[in-house]
Design a protein around this ligand. Sequence first.
Ligand SMILES: Cc1cc2nc3c(=O)[nH]c(=O)nc-3n(C[C@H](O)[C@H](O)[C@H](O)COP(=O)(O)OP(=O)(O)OC[C@H]3O[C@@H](n4cnc5c(N)ncnc54)[C@H](O)[C@@H]3O)c2cc1C
Length: 560
Amino acid sequence: MDVDNLKNALAGVMRGEVSDDAETLKGASRDTSLFERMPELVVYPEDANDVSAIVREVQGLRGKGQEISLAARSAGTDMSGGPLTTGVVVSFIKHMNKMGPVRQAQGEEAGYAVTEPGVFYRDFEKATLAKGLILPSYPASREIAAMGGIVANNSGGERTLEYGQTEKYVEEMDVVLSDGSQATFKSLTPAELAEKKNLQTLEGNIYREMDALLTENTKLIESHRPKVSKNSAGYALWSIRDAKTNTFNLAKLICGSQGTLALWTSAKLALVKPKEHRAMLVIFLYNLDILPEIVKRVLPQNPESFESFDDHTFTLAVKLIPGMLGQMGFARAAKLGIDFIPEALMVATGGVPKLLLMIEFAEDTIDEADRKATKTRDALADLNLKMKIEKDERESEKYWIVRRESFNLLRKNVHGLHTAPFIDDFVVPPACYPEFLPKLTALLEEYKSHFIYTIAGHVGDGNFHIIPLMDLSKEENRQVILDLAPRVYELVIKEGGTTTGEHNDGIIRTPYLPMLFGAEMVALFERTKKIFDPLNIFNPGKKVGGTFADIKRDMIKGRG
Ligand SMILES: Cc1cc2nc3c(=O)[nH]c(=O)nc-3n(C[C@H](O)[C@H](O)[C@H](O)COP(=O)(O)OP(=O)(O)OC[C@H]3O[C@@H](n4cnc5c(N)ncnc54)[C@H](O)[C@@H]3O)c2cc1C
């Protein structure tokens, strides 16, 4: 269908706007991945009814043989290509950005917040903190990401070690299904599920077929339940039924499904009351060989976070910090500038550690947090490490800035090279570090003429973010992306790990799902997709049907 006709057709059924101006399309053609896809249109629904109208219209056109599809987009910070499409972008950020109620815990019920997808996390947190609560699975991109992707990617972050990832907090979700109908997915008792299965609608069909799929394949699904502490790969078929409560909740499946099964328009998320005080044990690690022993001794002390960044990130941060400080207020910038002097000296004298480890303890009193940090330092004393304890969150702020901003620092400040997230999010069990890490480093060394890279990540969870910087205008460098990733994933899978803990599959990892889960599970993912979206309207090629040819074709081919 000609774009003008499609534009008019969509504008005619919704209250929100439809845009096809070049600048808007260019903006929507990128996220923070290494891909670009130019959409035909961007639509801005005002509410769930608008979303329904858009989906219904597209479904009608698909029925007439038109190849039109929809990709949801919230803040567009995805690193996997999740919101990119050559079809129509459904952008939630402009209108569907309202918070619903935020409630304190009452009796058995946890505190919760209701939100639309277009709410930025930073605004969501302001509203929840006003009630003394937070969503503890927020990502490092907390200043730029929105709830839409946090839920649809099953995001995790620095506190996931203690609190788990987003799926754990998703209680209820209002969604628009692939025929434009609306449904609320939440925890159902067996009697409620039976009632749903009687509905003669797409929703009823989804319940009937998903229940059958789970019953027929219980063993297969259970045996593929991820064995590491976080996972965003595939469809979370193992999370729908809760054996403990004997309930069935499709919201757990929609979480992490990257807009491929349904578009969510409102979600109820459980919240926690954060501990008030934090003390951080900082380790300047010069010898990576003892990392496994450190992790083994630290994890039993139950830190809230156990994060890290490497020497490349450290050096870049020190170089780029003056520019970053310029964007902050004078007083904060001046304080942080002074705080960074010891790190600047380390860079100047060649004393930069290979890895900086941040082990943070959260408690109700600063004395208790400090006691735990001190106990952990004592437990490591015989390893002869350079360590220090930051008792005050203002003192540890500089490390958090570098950790959270590590990817952005690269993306915005290294010119001529492109950040290339393609082995950016795998997870391995921390117990395998002694065998795994040397093999990984040897592999990265083999390709070192093609890129420089930084490593940051959640050491405690075994979740590593390796971000190469590459000149993507060179064909041989782009080929490295296709050659190296399967070799890294082979190592990861051998150790019982997963290809993605929180950044999700998108364009970059969907083709690796057969390698990770095997043909039988992939067939179940395909069946799931068919049950929800028989015409393949929602985000085709993500989670199901994505190919290596997609990766090759849509990679950015310019310099950074
Ligand atoms: C500097 C940096 C650090 C990062 N750190 C982390 C991290 O620590 N942890 C982490 O998990 N991620 C991280 N990310 C990746 C990304 O920021 C997060 O996954 C974030 O949650 C995405 O949110 P978003 O609103 O920008 O999603 P988008 O990019 O807009 O979308 C992400 C996916 O969700 C789908 N989607 C969006 N809205 C909806 C909806 N309403 N219904 C259905 N599907 C929808 C999209 O189609 C897409 O597939 C980081 C990114 C950057 C740039």
